[in-house]
Design a protein around this ligand. Structure first.
Ligand SMILES: Nc1ncnc2c1ncn2[C@@H]1O[C@H](COP(=O)(O)OP(=O)(O)OP(=O)(O)O)[C@@H](O)[C@H]1O
Length: 855
């Protein structure tokens, strides 16, 4: 078989990627704005000429190849160069992949070539179609052959990657590798025994590639590398909402705790029990995921010198606070609100003056149903607490049972009854706060408002539960205390009555502030319960939202996409740098691999002075901040910036309708996104107005007061407190996070959502392709094609043959032996290179060598 390799033709064409033409968007998620995207999309890899059929790689091979990723995306200029350089005549009769708006790609046979492209017949329908060169991709000789590691494919491109994922998913295999990166496609179904303790045992101590791809293999690798290199490790889990990030994170934590946490006693259990707490307060049903984490987190498991779990730490980022007051139709508020209604004892329910979900403004506009694991568990929830007889079944969410789990988890974390009651009272207090409505106060000549008559009861309940005086709460909501800055006596306190809409905004700001501080407090309590004094190293698992693009993109997407730019940059640098360093160390003759640098995009956000975050903060400091002024300035200050444009340059009609001072079109690494800046200024500011802060400081609940550290000393003359904006806090948090990641060894898990309906085992090719592109995977493949992603040490290679060699040969130096072997097998020199300690293979060539050389 190896002899056939010599005769294989080399070469190929490459085409520039133009994803825009393929409208790969899923139904409820809009594709990134495609304007100008040819300039930033990753490059499509080459189409190589036909090759003879070959055997599948030997499954029993004893040579273990370590497969390492080479690098990431590439520049448009580079892609244009490749097209020119690699233009190749067609190969009539050859099976290829052609782009398809629904499936991602379809198999077709080349029948003709014209100036503008190929004429092909579709394999499944025999229909004749024409395609441009850049819409045609090489296929494996046998398109039905699947591999565990995509690097074993002869042709690494987005079509073969998608096809391999599809083949495996059809076989109910959700994992595959691209070198060291794990691709995980959500099955939306529990797979029996797939994460069992038995499986955990099976993966312990096994190198990547020794067993089927699995999240446990990545967890084990990170542990082994932490021990071997005495260096902390990070596992970066990314993907869009519903892709399975949190489930992956949980599986990793379970793997590490079950293997090395037995001696940690209660800490191990506390570590695992952080999830019910974080999920109750930080997760919600969205249209994309019934159990969507609405915050980012970096969970560290700390290890003592002896390799046992010593403790942990949770860092959290950017909790979505807008959800507390309002949800999109069909979505819910945070689970805790429903859990408390569904699961509290009759006494607690009464004490908190709870009611059915539809009785509360903060819940009534969203989805009102409860979640249960099964029809049987519906009976747990008293009928008098239902708003809606429609129960939703979900294997992960059960409002009644989750409340019991939450209570246990909180107790395990060390919270006492008083603290539990504080939590329940605060959550219920927020619900009552939300029911306070306002009406015009006709008796007030200054045009202020007052609490509506029918809301009086809610003021009482909210005040009682939050430890406030009813009268103070009422006044605090309807008027603002200000200090005069000019005229009269400077510093005089005056009470300024509020209009209804201002009072509503203040009420919601108060609710959001209390809730997010409660969340911070819970995380700090979790951290107190899992101390790690003994720690020498840690394994951190990062679970943050992936790149987002919707019909309307606001400040949340702006921050999340900025975070993804930073992580993409880290991904590029880390993988490329490590690979280049290795090539140099091994004295390989490989030309430098270029990748698209997104540093300019990051600068656009975080540059001092004219960066978008700074401009937004500057706007907030003006006496009358306006989003239009901010948007105008953003465009003016960055007029020539390649990454920034006006909405009218968008390819999406609704975005083009936005005025220049209403939107920002940003060219991200994954595509262009048009942001509507309307609420940027408000959303960037999560500070309570001075008078509401004073109100909380007067609470009889010492715990509530402790959530709002007194800022009396830093309080400026009257209005808002001087503190970090949401954007600048997030920016600083990311800087710290990235520094942490830089100092660790890293592993990447790319989670993929298979379809938008959340159906089990339904592979929506176009949606998956779009995610692979956004995750930078397809561009990674391109660069791997240029490098040597598979390698094995001379020692490993030699020892796998040694037993079978005649005594004379068995004494050979391993490197010399490898050279002789390769020559004897007639391997094609461009397919491999000899380094100092290892032999490196081109993509797909190790698998060939492995299958052809086993004797
Ligand atoms: N490995 C898996 N096996 C079975 N079901 C899974 C798996 N991974 C995810 N799921 C299902 O998909 C749902 C969504 O997964 P998960 O909450 O982990 O997504 P996510 O990427 O964290 O989403 P978000 O960003 O919205 O939080 C889970 O509630 C579960 O039902």
């Amino acid at each position: 078989m190896l002899r056939t390799l010599d005769k294989r033709q080399k070469g190929g064409t490459a085409s520039e990627n133009s994803v825009k033409s393929k409208s790969v968007n899923a139904s409820n998620v809009k594709k990134p704005d495609a304007s100008s995207e040819t300039t930033i999309k990753p490059t499509r890899p080459e189409i190589t000429k036909s090759e003879p059929p070959r055997e599948p790689p030997s499954q029993k091979s004893e040579i273990r190849s370590e497969v390492i990723l080479t690098s990431s995306s590439s520049t448009p200029i580079a892609s244009r160069r490749i097209i020119k350089r690699n233009s190749v005549p067609p190969d009539y009769g050859r099976i290829v992949w052609i782009t398809d708006p629904d499936a991602g790609f379809q198999a077709a046979r080349i029948v003709d070539l014209s100036k503008s492209g190929f004429t092909l017949t579709l394999l499944h329908s025999n229909e004749t179609v024409n395609r441009k060169y850049e819409e045609v991709f090489s296929s494996e000789e046998d398109p039905n052959k699947s591999v565990e590691d995509n690097c074993a494919l002869m042709h690494l491109n987005e079509a073969t990657l998608l096809n391999n994922c599809r083949l495996r998913y059809k076989q109910k295999k959700i994992y595959s590798y691209v070198a060291n990166i794990l691709i995980s496609i959500n099955p939306y179904q529990t797979i029996d025994g797939f994460y069992s303790s038995q499986k955990i045992k099976e993966y312990r101590g096994k190198s990547l590639g020794q067993k089927e791809p699995h999240i446990y293999a990545i967890a084990d690798k990170s542990f082994r590398e932490m021990r071997r290199h005495r260096k902390s490790q990070s596992i970066i889990v990314s993907g869009e909402s519903g892709a399975g990030k949190t489930e992956s994170q949980k599986a990793i934590l379970r793997y590490l705790c079950e293997n090395w946490g037995a001696d940690a006693g209660p800490i191990q259990q506390r570590l695992l029990e952080t999830n019910p707490i974080l999920e109750a307060f930080g997760n919600a049903k969205t249209l994309r995921n019934n159990n969507s984490s609405r915050f980012g987190k970096f969970v560290q498991i700390h290890f003592a010198d002896n390799g046992n779990v010593a403790g942990g730490h949770v860092s959290h980022y950017l909790l979505e606070t807008s959800r507390i007051c309002r949800q999109t139709s069909g979505e819910r508020n945070y689970h805790i609100f429903y859990q408390l209604i569904a699961g509290s004892s009759p006494e607690l329910y009464k004490y908190l003056a709870l009611g059915q979900p539809h009785c509360f403004n903060y819940l009534s506009k969203g989805f009102l149903g409860f979640f249960t694991h099964s029809v049987n568990s519906q009976t747990n929830i008293l009928k008098s607490r239902w708003s809606d007889s429609r129960f939703s079944e979900d294997s992960m969410v059960d409002d009644y049972l989750d409340f019991q789990r939450l209570e246990n988890a909180l107790k395990l974390t060390g919270l006492n009854e008083k603290e539990l009651m504080f939590i329940w009272s605060t959550v219920a207090g927020i619900l009552h706060l939300g029911n306070i409505e306002f009406e015009e106060n006709h008796g007030d000549s200054r045009g202020g408002c007052k609490v509506s008559q029918r809301s009086e009861g809610y003021v009482d309940q909210a005040a009682r539960l939050l430890g406030l005086e009813t009268i103070e709460l009422r006044m605090g909501l309807c008027a603002r205390i200000m200090q005069t800055t000019k005229g009269g006596a400077r510093g005089t306190l005056i009470r300024v009555p509020l209009k209804s809409y201002e009072a509503i905004a203040g009420r919601d700001a108060l609710s959001k502030s209390i809730y997010s501080k409660l969340f911070d407090w819970l995380v700090s309590r979790i951290n107190r319960s899992i101390p790690f004094e003994e720690s020498t190293h840690f394994i951190g698992v990062l679970d943050v939202a992936g790149f987002e693009y919707y019909a309307v993109n606001s400040f949340e997407q702006f921050c999340i996409n900025f975070c993804n730019e930073k992580l993409q940059n880290f991904f590029n640098e880390r993988i490329l740098k490590e690979e280049q360093e290795l090539y140099e160390k091994e004295a390989l003759n490989v030309r430098r691999i270029e990748f698209m640098d997104n540093k300019d995009c990051i600068d656009l956000f975080e540059m001092k002075g004219k960066g978008l975050f700074d401009l937004l903060d500057e706007e907030a400091r003006l006496p009358t901040p306006s989003y239009k002024n901010f948007t105008k300035r953003a465009h003016e200050e960055n007029r020539k910036h390649f990454r920034l444009d006006t909405p009218r340059k968008s390819k999406v009609k609704t975005h083009r309708e936005m005025r220049d001072d209403e939107g920002l079109l940003i060219r991200h690494y994954a595509g262009s996104v048009c942001y509507e800046t309307k609420q940027f200024v408000e959303k960037n500011d999560d500070q309570l107005h001075n008078s509401l802060q004073i109100l909380i400081e007067q609470s009889a609940s010492p715990l509530l007061v402790s959530l709002f550290p007194s800022a009396t000393s830093s309080r400026p003359s009257g209005n808002k407190l001087k503190s970090q904006s949401v954007g600048s806090k997030f920016k600083s948090q990311l800087t710290i996070l990235l520094e942490k990641l830089q100092s660790t060894g890293t592993h990447f898990v790319r989670c993929i959502k298979p379809n938008n309906q959340m159906d089990a085992w339904n592979f929506d090719g176009a949606a998956i392709l779009s995610q692979l592109q956004c995750a930078g995977m397809t561009s990674v493949l391109k660069l791997m094609q240029d490098g040597f992603p598979s390698r094995t040490s001379f020692g490993d290679l030699y020892s796998s043959y040694q037993r079978k060699l005649p005594p004379k040969l068995a004494r050979l130096d391993p490197r010399l032996f490898a050279k002789c072997l390769f020559r004897a097998l007639g391997l094609d020199p461009p397919d491999f290179q000899f380094g100092v300690t290892k032999v490196f293979f081109r993509a797909g060539k190790f698998a060939e060598f492995d299958s052809g050389s086993s004797f």
